[in-house]
Write a protein that binds this ligand. Structure first.
Ligand code: AMP
Length: 207
C-alpha cells in the first residue's frame, strides 16, 4: 500500500483534493487541521493546547503533532496525510514510523491563495467547504449538504492568513526541497478547478 503526503500553502486546496483522492484510491484521509478543529470543538486537553496556536496562525508544537499522527496511523498503511508534516522535524519524526512513498505538492501562488481563503466558507456542522466565488452554496449562507449555517473560519481572517502564509514559507516550504531530494516529489498545478487537479493527482499516484 502507498502512503502519500500532500503539501502546499494554506488555501492550495489540500482538503478538497485529499478527500477526492482518498476516496478514489481507497486511502485513509488524515487531515491534521480537521482533527485539531474537532479536538478544539470538543474541548479536549489536546484541543485546549492547540487552540491558541491555531487562532494565531502558528503551528502546534512538533512533539504534540507527531504523537497525534502516530496514534492515528497506528501501524496502518495506505494513508493520505493532509497538512502533515509541516516542518522538517515532523518529516523526520514521521519517517521513523511510516514510510512515505509519494509526496504531491499542490503549487499555487500567494495572490491566488489569499484570494481563495478570503472567500472560503465552511459548515461547522458537517465540515463541507465552499467558495463564494467558485463554489457558492445553492442558498446563500446555508450548507447544501446539511442546511447548517456557513461561517468563515476564524483563521481565514486577513491578518491570520498573512501570518499562516509567513509560517508556511518559513517552516513548511523547505519540505518541498526535502522530498524532491528523496526523489518522491510530484508537483501539480493547483491553480485549476478541483476536478482537474484531483484527476491529475489520481493519475500520478495510480500504481
Ligand atoms: P489546516 O486546516 O491544515 O490549515 O490547519 C489549521 C491549523 O491547525 C494550522 O494553522 C495549525 O495551527 C494547525 N495545524 C494543522 N496541521 C499542523 C501540523 N502538521 N503542525 C502544526 N500545526 C498544525
Amino acid at each position: 500500500m502507498t502512503n502519500v503526503v500532500l503539501l502546499g500553502p494554506p488555501g492550495a486546496g489540500k482538503g478538497t483534493i485529499a478527500a477526492r483522492v482518498a476516496a478514489e484510491l481507497d486511502l485513509l484521509h488524515l487531515s491534521t487541521g480537521d482533527v485539531l478543529r474537532d479536538e478544539v470543538a470538543r474541548g479536549t486537553e489536546l484541543g485546549q493546547l492547540a487552540q491558541g496556536f491555531m487562532e494565531r496562525g502558528e503551528l502546534v508544537p512538533d512533539h504534540v503533532m507527531l504523537a497525534m499522527v502516530r496514534e492515528r496511523v497506528n501501524g496502518r498503511e495506505g494513508v493520505l496525510l493532509d497538512g502533515f508534516p509541516r516542518t522538517l522535524a515532523q518529516a523526520e519524526g514521521l519517517a521513523r514510523f511510516l514510510p512515505v512513498h509519494a509526496v504531491v505538492y499542490l503549487a499555487v501562488r500567494k495572490d491566488e491563495v489569499v484570494r481563495r481563503l478570503g472567500s472560503r466558507r465552511v459548515c461547522p456542522s458537517c465540515g463541507a467547504v465552499y467558495n463564494l466565488v467558485t463554489q457558492p452554496p445553492e442558498v446563500p449562507g446555508r450548507c447544501d449538504r446539511c442546511g447548517g449555517g456557513l461561517i468563515q473560519r476564524a483563521d481565514d481572517a486577513p491578518d491570520v492568513v498573512a501570518r499562516r502564509y509567513e509560517v508556511y514559507e518559513r517552516d513548511s516550504r523547505p519540505l518541498v526541497e526535502h522530498y524532491a531530494r528523496q526523489g518522491k516529489l510530484i508537483t501539480v498545478d493547483g491553480a485549476r478547478p478541483p476536478d482537474v487537479v484531483a484527476s491529475d493527482v489520481i493519475e500520478a499516484l495510480r500504481p
